[in-house]
Design a protein around this ligand. Sequence first.
Ligand code: PLP
Length: 391
Amino acid sequence: MRESEAPLRILGANKPLFKAPIPVGQLYKPQWEQYCNAMSGIFERAYYNNNGPLLNELEEKIANFIGVKHAICTSNATLGLMIALDAMNLKGKVIVPAFTFVASVQAVEWNNLEPVLCDIEPNSQHIDIEHLKTLITDDVSAIMAVNLWGNVCNIIELERIAEEHNIKLIMDSAQAFAAEIDNRKVGQFGDCEVFSFHATKIINATEGGCICTNNDVLAGKMRAIRPTYPANPNIEVERVINARMSEAQAAMALLSFNQLQANLSKNRLLFNVYNDELRDVAGIRSINSSSNVKPNFQSFTFRVDEKEFGLNRDQLQRVLVEENILARRYFYPGLHSYLNYSSSTLENAVVACRESIQLPIGDLVDEKSAYQICQVIKLAQQLSRSIKEVL
Ligand SMILES: *Cc1c(COP(=O)(O)O)cnc(C)c1O
């Protein structure tokens, strides 16, 4: 890569490999002209919110795409999760995987429910079903599982367990729009599923979310809590919160939805570069999906085994950031460290928080950069001794 100077910035090269920082997160965007047209349509109609025509179009498109009866868009996924839990009138405890974004647990706490952290499987980083079974007690009213990294967890088994114990199953599928398991799209499982359309996810509404369900009664309640005016007099709910998606958000989401296939292909291309190039690097354990799953490839996440790799995760991150590759530690710090939990039962989640790192996939990465990023990682391993000396 570099010829006449130090091979890495951390070892003294005078410039980072990339001029502009490359962040993680999808960050796909529409063509400027398309965006302007969409906005001028909103201005002409002078209709900005509250079940507008773009929102209706989006909800219909999503429901058809997934094959689910109801798609209810919200201003973000966190509010979507809060509304989903509220509409179910849950009591007591909700089981949540210990390795997830903080919003999953916050949504539980906002509903005055008690989150119970469950460990994860080390290879998929999804909820550990065997540990989950030991956590189901009489005061558990729901499981909120999470589909991570654009992959899909063992939803089929979770549905079976929820049914057996007569408890609810909510999926935090914030990261998994368009992913499939057994040729069925995520969004049609459990009692409901919630997607995020945050700019870092595969559908970018700047901010946005969507609850999907096949349950008519639940859907009615969720729409009433979101809410839309005038309120439906036939549906009574205890409380409402403004979680409406605006027409401007819906316009962005629709444009993003039009690009979905192209963006899925690009994600897959970049994911495969990382996966192929890093497969044989000692100490790198990438998170892969099972064979019945089609991921949306929105993230390439791997664990760094310090003994084998020569550097620990944080040291590798330093090397990458120096080159303007803004690899992120996910999820860090872990939930177990600020919820009052004995981490002895959450061993795999603790290791995942310590060792996991994510590489950029999305609009700001091209194939050549992905190869170069892999080169930096390989160099970091070869030069790990000298790197440790300067850190
Ligand atoms: C992004 C994300 C959320 C939150 O989504 P927002 O739309 O930002 O509220 C929740 N859970 C997981 C797993 C996420 O990745």
